[in-house]
Design a protein around this ligand. Structure first.
Ligand code: FAD
Length: 522
C-alpha cells in the first residue's frame, strides 16, 4: 500500500521525521507496517473509506521527556500527530486519526497508576491506564473504592474523560469527577492545573480549581495539548446497593418515565444516571435480529412485541440504582416504587426475576463499577456489526425526549435502519445515544448509514439540539451547528489553537478545530 501522507508533506520528510523519532523511542516503539502494525490504528466502523483515516505511522513514547522530543521533531517538519490514550474510542472513530497520514501518538506505554488515596477517594493515573487496570489494582490491594467505567471497559480514564464520556455509578460524569491534570503543550512546555501547580502540592487530587482560570476543560475534546496525567475521584464502596429495572409496555411511556425521574434525580433519591433503554438494545444482549426477523428495513412492531414477550422485556427498559445504608435504600426504594407504580403495565425487576439475563447482569455490574465488555453484543444484532453513535443532548423532559426519539426513529426507518437507543439522565440533561448499526461489509449500507447520520445532525440542529460528541466524519458538520454569534465559539477555539500550536501539529481537525494552514479546506 502507498504510504498515506499528511497534506503538504512529502514521503522524504515523513521518513526523515520517523528516523529521528526512532532515535528517541527506539525502533520497537515506532510502528510502520500497514498490515502487521497499523491495522490496529484504523476505525473498522467508519462509514466512508478506510483510507480516509489511515495513519502513516504510530509511535508509543514511554515518558513525558520522550513526548517533548517527539513534539520538537514533528514541529520541525510540521507533521501532525493524533493523540490517543487507550485508543478504544469505537463508535466515534476508534484510534484512527481525523485525516490520512497523521502519526498516531499512542500513550499506551504510559500506564502507571501513580497514586490511590483511599481516605479521600481519588486516583492519579497516566493515560495508558485502562478501566480494567484500575479495577484490578483496587481489587488486588483490597482498596474499598469503586471505579466508574464506560460500558466497554477496555478504554481508560484519560481517553474517556477527554471525550466527556459517561458511566453508570453516581460518579458517572467523568469530567466532573476529574481533578488535576498534567499536559504537554505543542512547544513542549509542561503545565499542571489546579492545586498541583503549587510548590509541594498536597491537594492536587482534592480541589479542582486552584487560582486563575480553570483550564482543564480546554484540553478535552480539543487539540491544545497532550494530557500525560489525570486525577479522578473514586466513589467509596457504599454499605449497600440496590439496582432495579422497570419494564414499560408502551412507546409513550418514555415521556412519563422521564418526567417522573427528574425530581428523583435532582433530589438524589436516585443516585446514578437512570437509563431508559429501548427494546432492541436490550434484546441484542441475548438474541440476534435474524432470530426474529429476516426481512429488509426496520423490524416490524409485531415481531418486536413477540420478542418483548419472549424475553420479558419492555418496549422501554428503565435501569437505575440506590446506594447506601439499608434504611436509606429502603426509604428511597419506597419513594421510587410509589412514583413509578402509577404507570400502567410498569413492572419492577430485581435480581430474583432476572436470573440468567445477560442484559440485567451487565447493567448491574456497570452501576457498581465492575468492568465488562458485554455491550459489544450489540454488534451481533445484525451481521457485519458496524456502528457509529449519534449522541444528541436532550432536556430531561418527557415531551422533549419523545420529540427527539420520534425524530430519530422516523429518519432511521426512512433510511431502512432499526432505532436502537437509550436515554441517560445526567444532572439536568439527557444523553440520547442512537446506535446506528449497519453491515460494514456492505458499501451500500455504509453509505446509507452515513447519509442518515448527516441528515440527523441537521434535523437535530433545526430543533435546537447539539451532539455531545461525535465520529471523525461528522466533527466539522457538528462544529458548524455550534454557530451562535457568527461562530464566536469556533473563532475562540481557533485563536487558542493558533497561539498554542502555531505549526498545527496536535490532532488537527479534532472536533472541528483546525490549525490555520488547514482551516477551510477540510
Ligand atoms: C458498544 C459501545 C458502547 C459504548 N459505551 C460507552 C459508554 O458507556 N460511555 C462512554 O463514554 N463511551 C462509550 N463508548 C464509546 C467508547 O468506546 C468509550 O468512550 C471509550 O472509553 C473511549 O475510548 P478510550 O477510553 O480508549 O479513549 P481514547 O481512544 O484513548 O481517546 C479518545 C479521544 O480522546 C482524545 N485523547 C485521548 N487521550 C488524550 C490525551 N492523552 N491527551 C489529549 N487528548 C486525548 C483523543 O482525541 C482521542 O481520540 C461505547 C462504544 C461502544 C462501541
Amino acid at each position: 500500500m502507498t504510504k498515506p501522507l499528511p497534506q503538504g508533506i512529502t514521503l522524504g520528510q515523513l521518513n526523515a521525521a520517523i528516523a529521528e523519532i526512532e532515535k528517541v523511542v527506539g525502533k520497537d516503539y515506532v510502528y510502520l507496517d500497514d498490515i502487521k502494525e497499523l491495522r490496529s490504528y484504523r476505525d473498522p466502523y467508519n462509514t466512508t473509506n478506510d483510507a480516509d483515516f489511515a495513519p502513516s505511522a504510530a509511535v508509543a513514547p514511554q515518558n513525558v521527556e520522550q513526548i517533548q522530543k517527539i513534539l520538537a521533531i514533528v514541529n520541525n517538519y510540521k507533521i501532525p500527530v493524533w493523540t490517543i490514550s487507550t485508543g478504544k474510542n469505537f463508535a466515534y472513530g476508534g484510534p484512527a486519526p481525523r485525516k490520512p497520514g497523521y502519526i498516531v501518538l499512542d500513550l499506551k506505554l504510559m500506564n502507571k497508576i501513580l497514586e490511590v488515596n483511599e481516605k479521600h477517594g481519588y486516583a492519579i493515573v497516566e493515560p495508558g491506564v485502562s478501566y480494567y487496570d484500575l479495577y484490578n489494582y483496587l481489587q488486588d490491594k483490597g482498596i474499598k473504592l469503586w471505579i466508574d467505567c464506560a460500558a466497554p471497559a477496555w478504554g481508560g480514564i484519560v481517553g474517556n474523560t477527554s471525550e466527556h464520556g459517561a458511566g453508570y455509578t453516581p460518579y458517572g460524569d467523568h469530567l466532573l469527577m476529574q481533578c488535576g491534570m498534567q499536559v504537554v503543550l505543542a512547544d513542549g512546555t509542561i503545565v499542571e492545573t489546579g492545586m498541583d501547580t503549587t510548590a509541594n502540592s498536597k491537594t492536587g487530587g482534592l480541589y479542582k480549581y486552584g487560582q486563575g482560570a480553570a483550564i482543564d476543560g480546554l484540553f478535552t475534546q480539543s487539540n491544545f495539548g497532550v494530557i500525560t496525567r489525570m486525577g479522578i475521584w473514586l466513589m467509596p464502596e457504599p454499605p449497600g446497593y440496590t439496582p432495579f429495572m422497570i419494564t414499560l409496555e408502551n412507546e409513550q411511556d418514555l415521556e412519563t418515565v422521564t418526567d417522573l425521574s427528574l425530581p428523583l434525580r435532582l433530589n438524589q433519591v436516585i443516585h446514578n444516571a437512570p437509563m431508559t433503554v429501548d427494546l432492541l438494545w436490550e434484546s441484542a444482549m441475548s438474541v440476534s435480529r435474524s432470530q426474529y426477523y429476516t426481512g429488509k428495513g426496520p423490524m416490524p412492531d409485531s415481531h418486536r412485541k413477540k420478542m418483548a414477550k419472549d424475553l420479558d422485556l419492555g418496549i422501554w427498559n428503565y435501569y437505575a440504582a440506590v446506594y447506601g445504608p439499608e434504611p436509606m435504600m429502603k426509604n428511597n426504594m419506597e419513594l421510587i416504587r410509589d412514583t413509578f407504580s402509577g404507570i400502567h403495565g410498569a413492572k419492577f425487576h430485581f435480581d430474583d426475576t432476572r436470573k440468567g439475563d445477560p442484559g440485567w447482569d451487565y447493567r448491574v455490574k456497570l452501576m457498581k463499577g465492575i468492568p465488562n465488555m458485554t455491550e459489544f453484543s450489540l454488534l451481533n444484532w445484525i451481521g457485519g456489526g458496524g456502528h457509529i453513535n449519534f449522541s444528541p443532548i436532550s432536556a430531561a423532559d418527557g415531551k422533549a425526549s419523545m420529540k427527539q426519539y420520534e425524530m430519530i426513529r422516523k429518519r432511521a426507518h426512512e433510511y431502512g435502519f432499526d432505532y436502537i437507543g437509550e436515554f441517560l439522565i445526567g444532572w439536568r440533561d439527557q444523553h440520547h445515544i442512537f446506535m446506528l448499526m449497519f453491515d460494514r461489509m456492505s458499501a451500500e449500507e455504509k453509505k446509507r448509514a452515513h447519509d442518515l447520520f448527516a441528515v440527523l445532525v441537521d434535523d437535530a440542529a433545526a430543533l435546537g439540539y447539539g451532539e455531545y460528541r461525535t465520529h471523525l466524519s461528522f466533527m466539522d458538520q457538528i462544529a458548524g451547528t455550534y454557530s451562535w454569534n457568527d461562530n464566536a465559539l469556533w473563532d475562540t477555539h481557533h485563536a487558542l489553537k493558533d497561539e498554542l500550536d502555531p505549526n498545527g501539529i496536535l490532532s488537527p481537525g479534532k472536533m472541528g478545530i483546525w490549525p490555520k494552514n488547514l482551516r477551510g479546506n477540510s
